[in-house]
Design a protein around this ligand. Sequence first.
Ligand code: NAD
Ligand code: UFG
Length: 345
Amino acid sequence: MAILVTGGAGYIGSHTSVELLNADYELIILDNFSNSKKESLNRIRDITGKDFTFYEVDLLNREDLEKVFLDNQIDAVIHFAGLKAVGESVSIPLHYYHNNITGTIILCDVMQKYGVKNLVFSSSATVYGMPNSVPITEDFPLCSTNPYGRTKQMIEEIIRDIYVSDEKWSVALLRYFNPIGAHSSGLIGEDPNGIPNNLMPYITQVASGKLKELKVFGNDYPTNDGTGVRDYIHVVDLAIGHIRALEKIMSITGVEAYNLGTGKGYSVLEMVDTFEKVSGKTISYSIVGRRPGDISTCFANPSKAKEELNWVAKRGIKEMCEDSWRWQSTNPNGYEITIKETIRN
Ligand code: NAD
Ligand code: UFG
C-alpha cells in the first residue's frame, strides 16, 4: 500500500515515516523544506535501511502536486505539512491561513481528482482553546484562540464538508497534545529554527549550554506547584498512532476526531526535575510572568483512540526526557549541514 506523507521531512512526519517503512508501507514523501532540512530524509533511510520516493514540492503549487499523484498509485495521504508557530501566526495570519488552509484545499482537491479519499490529518489540542475542564474529550467545544489554531479548526470543518458532499471519503483528524522526545537512535528529532518556543527543546538547549536559563512562565496557576500542566506525548507513540489511524480509515468511511495524548499531565517543574535526573544536568531557571494566551492545565482523555484505534501511548516522561536529551546532545546543531551530508549530496 502506497502512502503519501506531506511534511515528511519535519519533526512528526519523519518519525511517522520511519514507522511506515518499518511496517512495510510504500512511502512517498513531499516537503518544501520551509521548516525542515534534507538531512532528515537521509536519517530516515539510515534508521530503517529502506528507501522511499521524495518530491520537493510546495502544496500551494497544484501543478507540482498533481505530478506526484500522476507518478504514483497513492492509497492514502498523511497530511503534516503546515506552519505551526502560535506567536508567528498572530504576526502573519494571512501567511498561515494561506499556507495551511489553501495548501489543504489544493491537496484535497487533487486527491478528489485522482480518486484518493483516505486521509489522516494533523490537527491539534489547540482547537479546544481554553477548555472548561480536564480531561478533554473529543466532543468538547472547539474555540481556538489564535490564527494557527483557527487554521486547524477550519480545516477540520472543511474536511467534514467534503465528506458530506462525498461519503466515500475516510478521514481521521488527529488532535495531538504536546509531542516531545525523539527516535531512540538519536538520529532524528525536533530541530527548531532559532530560539525554541516550546518547553522541551528549550530545556535541552539550556542543558547543552546553548541557552542560559529557562524562563518558567508563571507559578501562580491552580496546579500542584503553580506551573502549567500539559499532556506530553512521546513522538514515537504519536507516530504509531498514525499507523493505527491509517489502518482504521482503510476499513471504513467517515470523519472522526481522536485525541492523541497520554491522559496524564505534568507541570513545568516536574518536567525540569525529571529531565535533570535522566540527563545528570542542572537546568537553571527563573520564574517570570505568565505567557499571554497560555492555559493552566491541559490533558487528554485518550479513551476513544484506545477503543476505536487500538492505540495507547506507552512511553513515559522519563523515556521522553532521555530521548530528547540523546537527540540534542548528539546533534547539538540539529540537522545543520555536516560533512556527512555534504558528501552524500
Ligand atoms: P514541522 O514544522 O517539523 O513539520 C512540518 C513540515 O511541513 C515541515 O517539514 C515543513 O517544511 C513542511 N511544510 C510546511 N508548509 C508546507 C507546504 N506548503 N508545502 C510542503 N511542505 C510544507 O512540524 P511538526 O511538529 O512535525 O508538525 C507536523 C504537523 O503537526 C503540523 O501540521 C503541525 O501543525 C501539527 N501539530 C504539531 C504539534 C507540535 O507540537 N509539534 C502539535 C499539534 C499539531
Ligand atoms: N513553558 C515555559 N517556558 C518556556 C516554554 C514553555 O514555562 O520557555 C511552559 C508553558 O507556559 C506551558 C508549558 O511550558 O505551561 C508547555 O509549553 P509549550 O510551549 O511547550 O506548549 P503549549 O502547550 O503552550 O503549546 C503546544 C504547541 C501548540 C499546540 C499545543 C497543543 O506549541 O502549537 O501545544 O497541542 F497547539
